[in-house]
Design a protein. Sequence first.
Length: 76
Amino acid sequence: MYTDAELEVAFALTTSEADKALGAPRRGLEVGAIADLVAVEAPSVADAVIDRPPRAFVLRGGVIAAQHGVLAAGVP
């Protein structure tokens, strides 16, 4: 997979599409969804996949689990 479009498909297969296949369609960016999120700074999905920038923060169940690579206190 080399093009931006192909990299976006690869990203979806490991995130939203994998979630659907596992029967957990409640994840996403809408009210009532499970608030699991990894935020990275990248100009595009393709850049995020290729460059693998550091995670700015990680939400797990709506709670900050890590920021700038440091695990938050009390996270299992």
